[in-house]
Design a protein around this ligand. Structure first.
Ligand SMILES: [Zn+2]
Length: 350
C-alpha cells in the first residue's frame, strides 16, 4: 500500500518549562546536533553573564549579538562558517533568534532557539526578519532543530515585550480569514493542516484567561507561538500567520521605523483588518484579548496620529505584492481609508 501521507519536518526537541535553560548543555551534547561538540552560543544584548553561567556548557564559544540587523547576522554567519562550528544556539528575544537563525542558515549548520521572551512567532519558524538600510526584510531560512523556552526568564524579562507575542499569534485569525478570502476570490489553495495549527494556536491564546505571567499562561503562549511558526513551515510560506495585519505592520515599519514591536503592530493590524472585514465576532474577541494584555488597539496608543496610520494602511498592499487580503479586496482610496480609520477608532470598546 502506498504511504499516502506527507512528511513534516519539525524540531527534534521542544522544551517549554521553568528553568529550561539549564538543560541546554545536555541538549547541545546530543550527537545528532553536534558530533564533535563544537558549538557556538550567540547571546542577545539583554542577557547578562548570569545566563552564560546557568547554561552548563563549558566547551562552547560565546558571541554577543548587538542588534537585529542583517549586517550582524552576516557577520555572525561568516564567523560560524570560518571557524567550522557544527551547531549554534541563539539565546535571547526575537531579534537575537532571528539573527542566529539567519547566521546558522548561512553557515549551513543546525540552530537551537532559546527564547527568553515571547515577542513573536519566529521562535520555531523558517523565517528571519532583519533590519537593513531600507527598513526590514523577511528571509526564508531553515527552521530551528530544537526550541527551548525558559519560563523563568520570560517571566522576569523587563517591559511588555516579553508577552507581545500575544498580538502576533492572535493575528493568525486575521491571516486565515484573508487566506480564505483569497481562496474564494482568486482560487488560491488553502493548506488545511497549516490552518488547523495556526487557528488552534490563536484560539488557545485568545481564550486563555488572565493577563498575568503565570506558568499556565506563559506555557500556552509559548506553545502557541511554536505551533504558529510550524504552521508556516507546513505551508511553505508565511501565509497562515501573515495577512493584511502584517502588511500594515510592514508599512508602519517602512514609513515610521521603530514605532512599536512586531507583536504590538501585528495585533493592532489584525484588529483593524477584522473591522474592515466586518467580522464583529473576531473584532470583539481580538479587542478583548489585546486589551486584557495591555497591547495597543488604537494607533494613538503607539504614538501614530490617525492620518499617519491611514497613510500606512494605504501603503500596506505595496509591501507584499502578490498577497491577496482584505486590503486588496477593498482597494480603498486614501479618502476612504481615512474615513474607515475614523470609524474604527470609534468602534473600539472602551
Ligand atoms: Zn508575525
Amino acid at each position: 500500500m502506498p504511504l499516502l501521507a506527507r512528511m513534516v519536518a519539525t524540531p527534534l526537541v521542544i522544551d517549554v518549562r521553568p528553568g529550561a535553560i539549564a538543560g541546554l548543555g545536555a541538549l547541545l551534547a546530543d550527537r545528532r546536533i553536534a558530533t564533535a561538540g563544537r558549538v557556538a552560543v550567540a547571546v542577545g544584548p539583554g542577557q547578562g553573564d548570569s545566563v552564560v553561567a546557568e547554561l552548563g556548557v563549558s566547551r562552547a564559544e560565546f558571541f554577543r549579538v548587538p542588534d537585529g540587523s542583517h549586517a550582524s547576522a552576516v557577520e555572525l554567519g561568516l564567523r560560524l562558517r570560518a571557524d567550522h562550528f557544527e551547531a549554534v544556539a541563539g539565546i535571547g528575544g526575537g531579534k537575537t533568534i532571528d539573527v542566529t537563525k539567519f547566521a546558522a542558515h548561512m553557515a549551513g549548520i543546525p540552530m537551537v532557539a532559546v527564547a527568553t521572551s515571547l515577542s513573536h512567532d519566529g521562535i520555531a519558524s523558517p523565517v528571519s526578519t532583519l533590519a537593513h538600510e531600507a527598513g526590514k526584510g523577511s528571509y526564508g531560512v531553515a527552521s530551528p532543530v530544537a526550541v527551548v523556552v525558559d519560563l523563568d526568564r520570560v517571566r522576569s524579562a523587563p517591559g511588555k515585550l516579553a508577552c507581545a507575542g500575544v498580538g502576533d499569534v492572535v493575528s493568525d485569525l486575521s491571516a486565515i480569514s484573508d487566506w480564505e478570502l483569497s481562496a474564494a476570490d482568486t482560487g488560491e489553495r488553502v493548506d488545511g493542516l497549516a490552518v488547523a495549527m495556526a487557528r488552534t494556536a490563536a484560539q488557545a491564546v485568545l481564550w486563555q484567561p488572565g493577563g498575568d505571567r503565570s506558568d499556565q499562561f506563559l506555557t500556552v503562549l509559548a506553545e502557541a507561538l511554536i505551533l504558529s511558526g510550524m504552521a508556516m513551515a507546513v505551508a511553505g510560506s508565511s501565509r497562515p500567520a501573515s495577512g493584511g495585519d502584517h502588511e500594515i505592520m510592514h508599512a508602519i515599519d517602512q514609513l515610521y521605523p521603530d514605532t512599536a514591536s512586531h507583536g504590538e503592530l501585528a495585533g493592532l493590524g489584525a484588529l483593524f483588518c477584522a473591522y474592515l472585514r466586518e467580522d464583529s465576532q473576531q473584532f470583539a474577541a481580538i479587542s478583548e484579548c489585546l486589551s486584557r494584555h495591555g497591547l495597543p488597539r488604537d494607533p494613538r496608543d503607539i504614538g501614530l496620529s490617525l492620518p499617519e496610520f491611514s497613510r500606512a494602511v494605504a501603503h500596506a498592499p505595496a509591501t507584499r505584492p502578490g498577497r491577496y487580503t482584505i486590503l486588496e479586496r477593498l482597494a480603498l482610496s486614501e479618502a476612504e481609508v481615512a474615513k474607515r480609520v475614523e470609524e474604527y477608532v470609534r468602534a473600539i470598546p472602551g
